[in-house]
Design a protein around this ligand. Structure first.
Ligand code: OAD
Length: 243
């Protein structure tokens, strides 16, 4: 952890908080081996988002889009939650009102034992039917299914249950996340560059509604200037200190 950062006040505020909300991004999973989106080896450096993560891309070339998601699923499969995911799961057990809002689709928070999760951008282990909209958890390797184009029992094409660029977030999920951010009197923002909306504005909403906001990120971000405490550290080092 960054030398000289005094987390005493933040830890005391966390302890006395009636409602805690945490927003996480790709950085919390980095130490599990998941690539971030915008860093040196970020996923969007090698791929153009609009060629793969848009409804138009899926319409144009569903096999290519499925290949990309199957490749990411196989990269993620052996990875495990790290000390930061586990710390948040433990923290949930100590709080009466705890909400975890994540932009990550890797499912590692759930694997670590977190339960009250709003997955803003969906989950890579789930499929959604483009016909009947049925959502299912499908953890098995789907790459060989039906020539690379998995289908629902109703016959329609399945797609990853991910929110793509140009699509709206699931109303129930974003509403729950906004309510949790506004209700919180302690808010953590961990491992996100805070550039993708509406996730990025949750920290601002929490702050404006009176929460004490703590950022954990080795780099400065779009919200660093507004938080009460910015801890320039890796999530696995900083979060366990709060337990
Ligand atoms: P980014 O890749 O934009 O940002 C990752 C952040 O994590 C950066 O600010 C890093 O400094 C920080 N970071 C890296 N290692 C860390 C560590 N060990 N501990 C703490 N922080 C660390 O990822 P997101 O902000 O999550 O959306 O990106 C948001 C969305 O953009 C994603 O959900 C994805 C993408 O387009 C969709 O796919 C819809």
């Amino acid at each position: 952890m960054e030398p000289g950062v005094d987390i005493k006040e933040a830890a005391a505020r966390l302890k006395s908080a009636a409602s805690v909300c945490v927003l996480t991004g790709a950085g919390i999973s980095a130490e599990s081996g998941v690539p971030t989106f915008r860093g040196e080896d970020g996923l969007w450096k090698s791929y153009r988002a609009e060629e793969l993560a848009t409804p138009e891309a899926f319409e144009r070339d569903p096999v290519l889009v499925w290949q990309w998601y199957n490749w990411r699923r196989e990269l993620l499969r052996p990875l495990e939650p790290n000390a930061a995911h586990r710390a948040l799961s433990e923290l949930e057990g100590c709080c009466k009102d705890f909400s975890l809002v994540t932009q990550n689709v890797d499912g590692l928070h759930e694997l670590a034992g977190s339960r009250h999760i709003f997955e803003l951008h969906g989950n890579i282990w789930r499929t959604r039917c483009t016909g009947c909209a049925t959502v299912s958890t499908r953890r098995e390797d789907l790459s060989d299914e039906a020539g690379g184009l998995p289908r629902c029992e109703c016959g329609a094409l399945l797609r990853p249950d991910i929110v793509w660029f140009g699509e709206s977030l699931e109303p129930r999920v974003i509403t729950g996340a906004v309510e949790a951010a506004k209700r919180a009197d302690f808010f953590f923002v961990v491992g996100t560059s805070s550039v993708v909306q509406p996730a990025a504005s949750l920290s601002v909403m929490a702050k404006e509604a009176g929460a004490y906001v703590v950022e954990i990120n080795p780099e400065a971000t779009a919200v660093t200037g507004l938080v009460d405490l910015a801890i320039k550290s890796k999530a696995t080092l900083a979060l366990p200190q709060f337990l």
